[in-house]
Design a protein around this ligand. Structure first.
Ligand code: PRP
Ligand code: URA
Length: 209
């Protein structure tokens, strides 16, 4: 079963509070999501492999370490996942970015895929699927299925806020996928919204309603 990691760094928790606050306007919401995505990228890359490198400092030769060149792919789920891409690219600038377009039908809560464009070598990359919200889990589940169908082998999922219901769906459908969260909330309400949550992530990011 995939592990759930709640990234409870104080800066992430602090910024999440203001992301959740309904008084926070679009500009500030977008900035905060960008900052939290960068902090989460720092945590999610802790296990990246290193290799030895010999360099000359101004004083002497030294054995040091550099990243072993693991290939990473970021896969935002449109729309709201886009809000987290730039923050992550600040720390992992060489990552390739693939896009999966999904929207959740407000009545049935079922996801509908409308777009997909991926790097050609996803089978060789460690993929991080990005979406601020993991609610019923339908969207992330579909996105991960789509990636696997196209050859993806190593996938992790990163979300700002999740409901236990969505976590369970991913753990059952994709036991090979670890989940990284800013917060694990209480539950879903009758409309499939995470509570306490932060509302509709896409609408708050882009000022739509
Ligand atoms: C939101 C969110 C997730 C999905 C989560 O997207 O960004 O993709 O809902 O819900 P689920 O876990 O129940 O599938 P939405 O469908 O509102 O589209 P948007 O990002 O374009 O606003
Ligand atoms: N999608 C959102 O944007 N927010 C939720 O709480 C649930 C799904």
């Amino acid at each position: 079963m995939g592990k759930v990691h709640v990234l409870d760094h104080p800066l992430i928790q602090h910024k999440l509070t203001y992301i959740r606050d309904k008084q926070t306007g679009t500009k500030e919401f977008r900035e905060l999501v960008d900052e939290v995505a960068m902090l989460m990228a720092f945590e999610i890359t802790r296990n990246l492999p290193l290799q030895e490198k010999t360099i000359e400092t101004p004083v002497m030769e030294a054995q040091t370490k550099v990243l072993a060149g693991k290939k990473i792919g970021l896969i935002p789920i449109l729309r709201a996942g886009l809000g987290m891409v730039d923050g992550m690219l600040k720390l992992i600038p060489a990552a390739r970015v693939g896009h999966v377009g999904l929207y959740r039908d407000p009545e049935t809560l079922q996801p509908h895929e409308y777009y997909i464009k991926l790097p050609s070598d996803i089978a060789d990359r460690e993929l991080i699927v990005i979406d601020p919200m993991l609610a019923t889990g339908g969207s992330a589940n579909d996105a991960i299925h789509s990636l696997k169908k196209r050859g993806a082998k190593q996938i992790r999922l990163m979300c700002l806020v999740a409901a236990p219901e969505g976590v369970e769906v991913i753990q059952n459908a994709h036991p090979d996928v670890d989940i990284f969260l800013g917060a694990l909330d209480e539950k879903l309400n009758d409309h499939g919204y995470i509570i306490p949550g932060l509302g509709d992530a896409g609408d708050r990011l882009y000022g739509t309603k």
